[in-house]
Design a protein around this ligand. Sequence first.
Ligand SMILES: Nc1ncnc2c1ncn2[C@@H]1O[C@H](COP(=O)(O)OP(=O)(O)OP(=O)(O)O)[C@@H](O)[C@H]1O
Length: 290
Amino acid sequence: MTTDPGGATAAPPAALSGHGLAFRYPDTAPVFTALDVRIAQGSVVGVLGPNGGGKTTLLRLLSGSLTPETGEIHVDGERVRRGRRALNELRRRVQLVFQDPDDQLFSASVSQDVSFGPMNLGLAADAARERVAWALEALEITDLADQPTHLLSYGQRKRVVLAGALAMRPSVLVLDEPTAGLDPEGVESLVQTLEGLRAAGTTLVVSTHDVDLAYRWADTVLLLNRGLLASGPARDVLADPALLAAARLRPAWAPAAGRALRAADLLDPRAPDPATPEEAARLLDLDSGG
Ligand SMILES: Nc1ncnc2c1ncn2[C@@H]1O[C@H](COP(=O)(O)OP(=O)(O)OP(=O)(O)O)[C@@H](O)[C@H]1O
């Protein structure tokens, strides 16, 4: 949020937006017919919906790996023009990371893989090396720099691909199910790393099936089911049972736990919902112990 000289708070400008997007794969029904989405600068935007709801398709449209039949993409307020140069610039500024790292890893070693993008930008070797070192450090995988990529774990491979995207210094990182396939510790660790990137100014667009994660982490969510069902603050949209049912999502546990704890006088009516199941359990234990 920014404050104007008169003291009123203004919404942050859009880092990325789609206007009237229409898209269909060949010989299929349209996925979107006139989709409008807005990604505020510096925010974490969750993209949720059922299988086949269009999450990956939207991420690909926003990052220039698919072209809409009609409609426009704007980056930092500027319309992306037609043509190869404009498309390449969109793809540099908006980096898409696929769900499966093996779809994006293609070099023998970690540092080679992460340096591929910066080298392709035509950076001098020193500048490219600096970017690679910075991206590896941001993803906390500096110690893996010389490792062959095929010897890494799934979670490590996901981090390498993310480092490669980050090394392009994008304004927006678009992540397709970044936490899928990670164990709970891996999810927490990745979310903390991504939070660090957001704190440093990167806007994050994250598709996920994890309603609880989106509820506690995303600022806003886009709820899709072959079109936009709803968009708005995560804590409003994901606490609405009718919207969740329309998107075939189960409710987040945190608002339900918060309601139950307040009804049992175990949580102050003005206090936020418990952030973790452990916190909810602690509130219950305090009562039973006292
Ligand atoms: N390459 C393709 N060719 C034809 N149809 C496709 C292709 N990719 C996706 N689709 C179709 O487009 C629709 C939206 O798919 P999309 O992958 O965007 O959904 P999603 O919300 O990401 O799904 P999931 O949660 O299963 O990953 C689906 O009906 C899907 O079958």
